[in-house]
Design a binder for this molecule. Structure first.
Ligand code: HEM
Length: 499
């Protein structure tokens, strides 16, 4: 009797049986099965993938309106918004074993190891050793003239667009150009020239797309791997975009390196420093002992552009939009700004109380990176929010839920800068726009500098600015689309300098 079954119905039945069996087995045995969460998340990652793809927040959507302190969002992943658990995950106390970044980060940008995506503590220490000092508040002082020059240029361009036939300015576009041009100056010693030319150059388009394609790769890592040999169009494009950004970073770094070498040679070797300093300058200084490979410099430069552009731009966009929506907030800000001395500079802005309240409130309500930051539970597991989570499981923490904690932020959906006039301990515990612990955002000081300068220069230039209704612009355009990065769903924000 032949053993080979050829009946298609039987084969299909066997297949269905195997797949369903595997799902059931996974659900009944998965190590997160005792964590609270919708029952189906024991069995499948599909709902959480679906929410990520449709720009909804998985942990929030799956649990709203009753978000618990810990929730299972897929068979392999739990999310926590319990304050002690968040502190432990980000190792604020440094007493426990570290929760390392999960492999998710290496799928966001493949073939790359940088301060952002490395999962190896030794590599991370090495990158940070060099980059922390130029990105600190005092280190960034050296770059203030370039940053402020770009902010002023953005103001000129916004005015020109508003004065032109359109009668409105798309600040989303100008702030995107601005943030790219600033990070270009700091990384490569020259801006991308977007503001000057009034249009995005090709490389910037690729850097913007990288965020989206990275998200896609991280959701479908297996298909992404297969696509390197099988031409699956969307994944193949993702790989090509990434390589173009690498090539762009390589070319820009090479140009900078040659300029430094020429300068050294022209001075007969007397000058050993970088004539056009960047945050990587130490590596070009002849006497610097740290060695990085060209690939390491390239990977870190690329991640600076990706991490330092959309995030800051989207924060600027929401800040200006939110203040324009609230005349009383704008008036209070203008009153504070009217006390600035003639020819003021960044030093006079830095500690303005109300301006800082506005920046903090924007970073809370419209945080640019609101979704889960995945970490691996250390071997041996640990207790999080009253539940034991096994070693090797993924746990995410995220700003979105914490920033809407009603106890810390009563009326959490209201844009209310005054809440920052009396900062409570719970507010401090819940606010994490820049992540936490040893992996806190390296660009946080730069982001705050840019946000303060933009707030002051924009509203002093355009004290009567209002959100426009021209070209069908509405609040719908500003609904937050929650991918790993948050973006305004209309990809525009039209402002008029006068009603
Ligand atoms: C408002 C603007 C910004 C927001 C909201 C933001 C948010 C964040 C967050 C939440 C993280 C932690 C990610 C994680 O733990 O997985 C992070 C990390 C990082 N950000 Fe930012 N960021 C901003 C601006 C910038 C800028 C301007 C740069 C410029 C280079 C930058 C570079 C980085 C880098 C290099 C890391 C990795 C740090 C590490 O792992 O040590 N970010 N950012």
């Amino acid at each position: 009797m032949p053993l080979l079954v050829t009946d298609p119905v039987t084969i299909l039945g066997a297949l269905v049986f195997t797949v369903v069996g595997a799902y059931i087995y996974q659900g009944l045995t998965n190590p997160l099965r005792n964590i609270p969460g919708p029952w189906y998340t024991k069995f499948t990652t599909l709902p959480s993938t679906f929410y990520v793809m449709t720009a909804k927040h998985p942990a929030w959507t799956l649990t709203h309106p009753q978000p618990g302190p810990i929730v299972r969002i897929s068979p392999y992943e739990a999310d926590t918004s319990s304050i002690p658990a968040v502190k432990l995950v980000h190792n604020a106390t440094m007493k426990s074993q570290p929760f390392l970044k999960s492999p998710f980060y290496s799928t966001l940008i493949t073939d790359s190891d940088s301060v952002f995506n490395t999962i190896h503590p030794a590599n991370h220490r090495k990158y940070k050793r060099l980059l922390s000092s130029p990105m600190s508040e005092s280190g960034l002082k050296a770059f203030l003239p370039q940053i402020d020059a770009q902010v002023r240029l953005a103001m000129t361009k916004i005015r020109e667009e508003d004065d032109g036939p359109r009668g409105v300015a798309d600040v989303a576009k100008w702030f995107m150009f601005l943030s790219f041009d600033v990070i270009g100056e700091l990384t490569f010693g020259e801006s991308f020239g977007n503001l000057e030319h009034g249009r995005k150059n090709r490389s910037v388009d690729d850097f913007v797309s990288l965020g989206y394609v990275g998200g896609l790769r991280s959701m479908f890592p297996v298909i992404s791997k297969i696509s390197t040999v099988l031409p699956i169009p969307v994944f193949r494009d993702a790989t090509e975009i990434q390589w173009r950004t690498f090539e762009y970073a390589e070319r820009a770094l090479e140009k900078h390196r040659k300029m430094v070498e020429k300068h050294h040679a022209e001075s007969g070797g007397a000058v050993k420093t970088d004539p056009k300093p960047t945050v990587f300058s130490k590596l070009y200084n002849a006497e610097h002992e740290e060695t990085w490979t060209q690939k390491e410099i390239r990977d870190n430069a690329q991640v600076f552009i990706v991490g330092g552009s959309d995030t800051t731009a989207n924060s600027m966009i929401y800040l200006v939009w939110a203040v324009c929506q609230h005349p009383e907030i704008k008036q209070k800000l203008l009153k504070e700004l009217s006390n600035l001395p003639e020819g003021w500079g960044y030093d006079e802005l830095r500690d303005l109380p109300y301006l800082n309240c506005i920046v903090n409130e924007t970073l809370r309500l419209h945080t640019a990176l609101p979704c889960g930051l995945p970490r691996i539970v250390p071997p041996g597991g640990c207790e999080l929010a009253g539940h034991f989570v096994t070693g090797g499981a993924t746990v995410t923490t995220q700003a979105y839920s914490l920033h809407r904690d009603v106890e810390a932020f009563p009326d959490p959906y209201r844009f209310y800068p005054e809440r920052w006039e009396n900062t409570t301990q719970r507010m401090k515990d819940c606010i994490m726009p820049f992540g936490g612990g040893g992996r806190t955002c390296l660009g946080r000081h730069l982001a705050r500098i840019e946000l303060r300068l933009i707030t002051a220069r924009f509203f002093l230039n355009f004290p009567n600015a209002v959100v426009s209704h021209k070209e069908g612009m509405s609040d719908k355009d500003m609904e937050m689309a929650l991918y790993f990065l948050m973006v305004p769903s209309g990809h525009r924000c039209l402002i008029q300098k006068e009603a």
